[in-house]
Design a protein around this ligand. Structure first.
Ligand code: ZN
Length: 130
């Protein structure tokens, strides 16, 4: 298992890139819209991990609601696992709450689920499998 990325909620990816790309020199490796999540995503490799910038594209998306309640900031931590089904099975066995019951398909084709913060010590935890 390894840290895959940190998800950061922003009002504007373009504005955030002024810091991460123009100010800090990180490259943008992927940029696109995840329709079913209502977000525009930019992925910036940072060492072995990445920073994922998330801008809402619809007012009722989870990121839009997060920005409304808490403002810009760290949104989730993503860990890469070898076997997502097995990991989900273990967490369900512990009675942990997932945000969606079904495994989702992400921006770059990887599979993922979110573990609800109420079941993960206050952290929204994304598990991904490539
Ligand atoms: Zn993520």
């Amino acid at each position: 298992m390894k840290l895959d990325h940190l998800g950061v909620a922003v009002r504007s990816v373009d504005q955030a890139l002024e810091l991460y790309r123009d100010g800090l020199g990180l490259a943008v490796r992927h940029r696109g819209v995840v329709e079913h999540e209502g977000v525009e995503v930019a992925m910036l490799p940072a060492g072995d991990a990445r920073i994922e910038l998330l801008e809402p594209t619809t007012p009722d998306s989870a990121i839009a609601r997060f920005l409304e309640k808490r403002g810009e900031g760290l949104h989730h931590i993503a860990l890469e696992v070898d076997d997502l089904e097995a990991a989900v099975g273990r967490l369900r066995g512990q009675g942990r709450r997932l945000v969606t019951e079904e495994i989702q398909i992400g921006a770059e084709g990887y599979r993922y689920v979110f573990v609800h913060p109420s079941s993960a010590g206050g952290v929204l935890l994304e598990l991904i499998e490539r």
